[in-house]
Design a protein around this ligand. Structure first.
Ligand SMILES: [Fe+2]
Length: 294
């Protein structure tokens, strides 16, 4: 190698830095090499000004300072840049064979209380009554008896229980259900509302600076699992919600949108233990067998 070949220069900057990782283990070397190449290419592409570099350092510093055990501003940043959804999608490719996944989100911070089929998760009488029901099957259509469905959602004002301690009852709008012998499940709730992600920190500044709103369309969170099957973490989106086409975290997939029609049927309402009329959300999760998932 000629003299000075390893010296830093504008042209060779990424190669020179990447070469410094030569003794890292294989995966770390691959990740860091790619990262440095993309990062340097980005700096060169926009010809980053020193003032902009300082602004970026300040932004990232404040993003860290805004994070604690109840708030994770870096995850929020990853969310609004579409990185969380990209990682989720890459790691849970379904090949169209099973229910698509989407982000877990930051509000699954408490364990959902076990409830019986037919129970209500709406502990406060507020909101439009809704029957949520469906059947869990495998990719070949076989029922998945005893599948577990962990569900949580925002209330009619667009807040999760953990965001309003002392205002909402603890564990409001959360439940852990066990499907019946045919994979069937049903429970009572209310229609969730769209809501804003926390926008009073650096991520909110980024949204404001780019003219973006902080809202997520109305959805119900599900984690569906069963022995021998790969669990699915997903949402069901309400078809008539605002923001379906501009989710602040890019979580919407067409296959996860459901109509939630009004049902005017006194007998069905009475059987479900709901006032008439009520709305009905049907969601049939499809799980992949562990072996098929690999
Ligand atoms: Fe959510």
């Amino acid at each position: 190698m000629e003299e000075g070949a390893a010296r830093f220069s504008e042209q060779r900057s990424a190669e020179v830095v990447a070469a410094s990782f030569a003794s890292a283990d294989e995966r770390l070397r691959r990740v860091l090499t790619s990262f440095v190449h993309h990062l340097h290419a980005f700096v060169k592409d926009v010809e980053l000004a020193e003032r902009e570099w300082e602004l970026a350092i300040d932004f990232l510093t404040r993003t860290g300072q805004r994070s604690d055990d109840r708030r994770q501003e870096f995850i929020l940043l990853s969310d609004v840049l579409g990185v969380s959804m990209l990682v989720e999608t890459i790691n849970h490719r379904t090949g169209g064979r099973s229910t698509e996944s989407t982000v877990l989100g930051p509000f699954h911070m408490v364990a959902s209380p076990p409830r019986a089929l037919g129970d209500t998760i709406a502990l406060e009488g507020k909101g439009t009554p809704c029957l949520v029901s469906g059947r869990v099957t495998g990719a070949d259509g076989e029922p998945v008896p005893g599948a577990r469905l962990d569900v949580w959602q925002a209330n009619a004002d667009g807040f999760y229980d953990v965001q309003q301690p002392g205002v909402q009852s603890e564990l409001n709008l959360r439940g852990l259900f066990t499907a019946d012998a045919d994979g069937g499940y049903w429970f009572r709730s209310i229609v969730p509302r769209y809501y804003p992600i926390p926008d009073d920190g650096p991520v909110g500044e980024l949204l404001a600076a780019t003219g973006r709103h902080p809202y997520r369309p109305a959805h119900l969170h599900f984690i569906v699992s069963a022995p021998g099957y790969r669990p699915v973490t997903t949402h069901v989106f309400v078809a008539d919600s605002p923001y379906l086409d501009s989710d602040a975290v890019f979580g919407v997939k067409d296959s996860l949108i459901r109509e939630v029609p009004e049902v005017d049927d006194p007998d069905r309402a009475a059987a479900a233990g709901l006032p008439n009329p009520f709305r009905s959300l049907t969601f049939d999760p499809v799980l992949l067998r562990e072996a098929a998932a690999d």
